[in-house]
Design a protein around this ligand. Structure first.
Ligand SMILES: [Zn+2]
Length: 198
């Protein structure tokens, strides 16, 4: 299976959802692999490496969006195509059986579709914050899939790959139309739609 099979299937499902073909979208999503993406025990966090006991300001949506856009919405370690987190949540809301994705963005293992965890757009600190790396400096942030982000954790010296840019943009172009299916659009989505310039 190609590393980008998940993104391809989710993209097809989104197009079907926007065409009101919910049953077909659910069928499409049912073909996603259920394989667990992360070695156990896994802690799936929203983004980046979470170091406990150190309160710090969150990286803002527009800062994360800048990094993800710069990196072509691909994991910079393995090349996996990533999908806008809000799109994943909306697909989950529209097809809860086929694609469970609880809102709240902590992706509880066992209640979140493994494919959603694989393509969730994490942002990794190249130089770990726990080792003195800057928290919100774009130079220290790269787009990463959750499996790579979990495996890398606080390690140093992971090499970034070079990946062809085929215009993939995380399904940004469908985000607003999808959000409008769940009107009124929640504040979380409004903030991200603004950050993504859509
Ligand atoms: Zn990766």
């Amino acid at each position: 299976m190609s590393i980008n099979e998940d993104a391809t299937i989710i993209a097809r499902a989104v197009v079907l959802l926007l065409d009101n073909r919910v049953a077909e979208a659910s069928e499409e999503l049912a073909s996603l692999s259920q394989d667990d993406p992360v070695p156990k025990p896994a802690i799936i966090a929203g983004c980046g490496t979470i170091v406990p006991h150190l309160p710090r300001p969150s990286v803002k949506p527009h800062q994360l969006a800048t990094v993800l856009r710069r990196d072509g919405w691909r994991c910079q370690y393995c090349g996996r195509k990533l999908v806008v987190a809000g799109v994943l949540e909306l697909v989950g809301a529209l097809c809860p059986e086929a694609f469970p994705f609880p809102s709240g963005h902590h992706m509880p293992v066992g209640r979140t579709h493994p494919a959603a965890i694989r393509v969730y757009p994490a942002v990794d600190h190249v130089h770990p914050v726990s080792l003195g790396g800057a928290w919100a400096d774009p130079q220290n942030l790269v787009s990463a899939c959750v499996p790579c982000n979990e495996l890398k954790s606080d390690k140093l010296g992971w090499a970034r790959g070079t990946f062809s840019n085929d215009g993939w943009n995380g399904l940004v172009e469908y985000y607003r139309a999808l959000a409008e299916r769940r009107a009124p659009i929640r504040r979380y989505h409004l903030d991200w739609l603004r950050a993504l310039g859509t």
